[in-house]
Design a protein around this ligand. Sequence first.
Ligand code: CMC
Length: 392
Amino acid sequence: AGVFTYDPGFTSTASCDSTITYIDGEKGVLLHRGYPISQLASQSHYLEVCYLLLYGELPSAAQLEDFESTITRHTMLHEQMQYFFRGFRRDAHPMATMVGVVGAMSAFYHDSTDINDPKQREIASHRLIAKMPTIAAWAYKYNLGQPFIYPRNDLDYASNFLHMCFAVPAEEYHVNPIIARAMDRIFTLHADHEQNASTSTVRLASSSGANPFACIAAGIACLWGPAHGGANQACLEMLKEIGTPDRIPEYIARAKDKNDPFRLMGFGHRVYKNFDPRAMVMKQSADEILDLLGVHNNPILATAKELEQQALADPYFAEKKLFPNVDFYSGVILEAMGFPTSMFTPIFALSRTVGWISQWKEQLEDPAHKIGRPRQLYLGATERDYVDIEDR
Ligand code: CMC
C-alpha cells in the first residue's frame, strides 16, 4: 500500500517551498524576503512590510503611496455586516466573532471569491488587510456595548486601529503617537512566520480551492489555541496570577513537574532553540513604551523579567532549550496601551493576516500546487463482520 513517512506534528516535514520568510532556529534568525526582522521592526513600518511580504520587494515611494491609499480605501465594512456582530452574545470572545465575521465576508464579496483571477486574488488580499483592524476593533466595541467606530482614512494603519478601539462619539479622541508607533511595531513583529500551525491551516484549506475568506477564517480559528497565538493572553493571565516575584519558584516548579499540565506560557518554540529574535525586540520595546508612557515599576513587567531570569538559570529550561517567545512580552505592552487580555490574540490575528494571505497567494501562483492530503498510521480494528444490535 505504498511507503509513507510517519511524522506526527510535522517536526521534520517541509510541506511546501516558499520565498517569503526564512527562519534559522539555531541562530535566532528571522528574515522576510531576506530582510532581518530587527531592521524591519526599527526602520520600516507595518504597511511597507505588508507590501514586501505580498509582492516580494520593498516598494518605491510611489508604490507605497499607492498601496497605502488602496488599503485605506477598503477599510469600511459593508453596513449589513454589523448584523453579524450583533448576532453574537455580548460576552463572545473577539476571536470567536472574528472567525465568524471573516468567514461571512465570502457572502459579501462574491467577486473576490474567484481564486482563478489574479486581479480578484489581489483585491481579496487588500480587502482582508484593510478590513481586519475594523473587524477586530468592532468585536471589541461589541463586548464593551459601545457604538462601532468607523475607520478614519486620514490616519495611518495603527492609529486608525487605536481610534476604532478607543474613541467614543461623545468626546474627541487623539491617538498618542508613541502608542501608535508601538502598535505598528507589534503588527510588524507578528506579520509572518513561515509554516506555523495557522499558516499551514490556511494553506491546507486553500489547497482544496476554498475561497480566501474561508481560508483566513480557518487560520484565525487555529491561531486562537493557547499553544499558538492564544499564548499572549494566557501569558499575561499567568503573570497576573503569579502576581509578585516571590511566587515565581512555585510556578517554575509546576512547569517542570511532568504530572502537572501547566507550562510557562510565552516560553518555548518548535523552531527557535536559542532565542526568538521577535522576543528580543519586544522586550526592549516593553521597556521603552512603559518609560515613554511614564509607567514606572510596572509589577507585571517586573514579574516577567524575573521569571525569565529564573527560568533561564534553571537547568530544565536550558536543557530543553526553552526561551521567551514573541508572546512573552507583547502582553505587557498591550496592557499598558489599555487593551484587555481578550484582545491580545485578535491583534495577533490582524497582524498575521498579511502573512496568511501572502502564503495563500504564493500557493495559488505555484502551477504545481495540489490538494494537501496527509496519510495516517492506522492502529484500529482489523476487518470484522457487522453484528446485529440484539446480538451485541
Ligand atoms: N513550559 C514548560 N515545559 C515546556 C514548555 C513550557 N512552556 N514548552 C515545552 N516544554 C517541554 C515539554 O514538556 C517537553 O518536555 P519533554 O521532552 O520532557 O516531554 C519539551 O519541553 C518539548 O516540548 P514539546 O511540547 O514537545 O515542543 P513543541 O515544539 O511541540 O512545542 C510549543 C512548542 C511552543 C507549543 C511549547 O513550547 C509550548 O507549549 N509553549 C507554551 C505556549 C506558547 O508560549 N506558545 C507560543 C509559541 S510562539 C508564538 C506562536 O506560535 O503563536
